[in-house]
Design a protein around this ligand. Structure first.
Ligand code: NAP
Length: 452
């Protein structure tokens, strides 16, 4: 699961050769290994800029100060001054002429973002715009931020865009902490929408974000599910690790190691929803976080696909999830302010050769969260999907060499992601501070070129 190209580049004996051949030189991404800290931006130089009278400056300044940032609000004086984080409030953009201020503010600083930097643009929500022109202008920022992400990605810098509803400024604290922090090492080129439609929790923890919460992660014996369970434990959650019988020995071991509760269950079995309801009710009284991670592939082109391949994928990746949700919601076992997270996929966004079954289920989850989230908003519950791209797991390690290399490099960061990168995004969405994000699908793909 190691990156051959990174190893060759690092080695003095072979580094010259990869350079001479013009091969990509992927930056070692700066990642966090511990939990969130109260002041994550301590020692970080943050450039906070506004374009066309954005209306978030006060709230952004408060958030950044509380997070320990060293805030700068002017272009750098000296040519070699570097910033770790750039935040641009573009919520005031309304006309095509306003784009000039976007250029004027960012052109002088585009080359001042250090390696492994973070750029976050804040834009108005197009559907709230006062005019048709303003709606188009807001949407234009997606093209801008995605292009900037491609320009800065080779240096390990991620660029993301948040559409912020007029009344959602107060929901930005955790959004900044995640999108401007090391947790977003492999999340780039994304556009999220932050709204105030979902009830916000009264108190926002700054450390041990999930203390007192009960989380259930399916498919937790290995890969992304395991990394997620570990990450949620790290933030203080009580975790139930669910996996299928075949993995039960491994499941028991990993659950024991992290201090979680193992649960051996096939989520696609007919009685799985009832068993889940019974266990959650009797042993935990309810769930605060539910991560639907278990998923399978059964690849074949449609004309050659046996019916059982189709049925298995439909059952595990979609029907079982909908049935478990229905049973848990009906039994009132998803607590108020709960967080539901679903593992979609780049295949669900872009489609993939030989994956008509898998891509259908993963795209269905994108539609499912968009419909479910608003329905549960009144209770403070959020439902969001996460769409991983190329993640370095046992699954991708088993791919043929050239397919694997292509998958790994076809993104702005020129490398694959780690299970922890996906776990970071899930952990963010599971946190109380993510109450502004509901019904979204966010990719964790290093700004993959496929389906971009
Ligand atoms: P993985 O390594 O195959 O792990 C999935 C886990 O789910 C396994 O432990 C598996 O058990 C378990 N599982 C399968 N069917 C189950 C069932 N019916 N009931 C309970 N548990 C079951 O997968 P991963 O690569 O970590 O991916 C996790 C999720 O992310 C999946 O939904 C996948 O579609 C999605 N995803 C992954 C990638 C990637 O690059 N890795 C990319 C896009 C999307 P067994 O081992 O016994 O089968």
């Amino acid at each position: 699961m190691s990156d051959l190209l990174q190893n060759l580049n690092k080695n003095p004996l072979t580094g010259w050769l990869t350079k001479a051949l013009g091969l990509p030189n992927p930056v070692i991404l700066a990642r966090e290994s511990g939990p969130y800290r109260a002041q994550p931006f301590k020692g970080k130089r943050v450039l906070l800029l506004g374009a066309a009278s954005g209306n978030l400056e006060t709230v952004l300044r408060q958030i950044l100060e509380a997070a320990g940032a060293e805030i700068h609000d002017a272009e750098p004086q000296s040519g070699d001054e570097r910033f770790d984080i750039l935040i641009l409030d573009a919520t005031g953009l309304e006309t095509t002429a306003d784009y000039n201020s976007l250029y004027e503010r960012l052109h002088p600083v585009a080359r001042r973002i250090g390696t492994n930097g973070r750029v976050l643009l804040l834009a108005p929500v197009p559907s709230e715009a006062k005019s048709v022109e303003a709606a188009g202008v807001a949407r234009g920022l997606e093209g801008f931020s995605r292009s900037l992400g491609k320009e800065l990605g080779p240096r390990g810098t991620t660029v993301n865009l948040a559409y912020v509803a007029h009344d959602a400024g107060e929901r930005l604290d955790m959004v900044l902490r995640f999108f401007c922090g090391p947790q977003t090492a492999y999340v780039s080129g994304q556009a999220i929408t932050v709204t105030a439609q979902t009830r916000a929790p009264e108190v926002l923890p700054r450390e041990q974000l999930l203390a007192g919460k009960v989380a259930l992660v399916t498919g937790a014996a290995r890969g992304i599910g395991l990394a997620t369970a570990q990450r949620l434990r790290q933030e203080g959650a009580e975790v139930i690790c669910l996996d299928i019988t075949a993995a039960s020995e491994e499941l028991g071991r990993v659950a024991r190691e992290m201090g979680a509760t193992p649960l051996t269950l096939d989520i696609s079995a007919g009685d799985a929803p009832q068993k889940l309801v019974q266990l959650v009710r009797e042993q935990f009284g309810g769930l605060d976080i539910l991560v639907h991670n278990a998923g399978i592939t059964r690849d074949k082109t449609l004309g050659k696909m046996p019916e059982h391949f189709w049925q298995q994928v439909m059952q595990v990746n979609l029907a079982a999830i909908i049935a478990a949700d229905a049973a848990l919601l009906e039994a009132q076992l998803i607590r108020d302010s709960g967080r539901l997270v679903y593992l979609s996929s780049m295949s669900g966004v872009a489609g993939n050769f030989g994956q008509t079954n898998y891509a259908t289920t993963k795209a269905a989850l994108i539609g499912y969260v968009a419909a479910l989230g608003p329905k549960l908003a009144e209770r403070g519950i959020c439902a969001n999907a996460v769409a991983p791209g190329f993640i370095e797991t046992a699954m991708t390690d088993a791919m043929p060499f050239f397919t694997r290399e292509a998958g790994r490099r076809l993104n702005s960061l020129k490398q694959g992601g780690q299970p922890r990168d996906v776990a970071e995004l899930i952990c963010f969405l599971a946190s109380p501070g993510a109450s502004g994000i509901n019904g979204n699908t966010i990719r964790v793909c290093g700004q993959g070129l496929i389906g971009a």
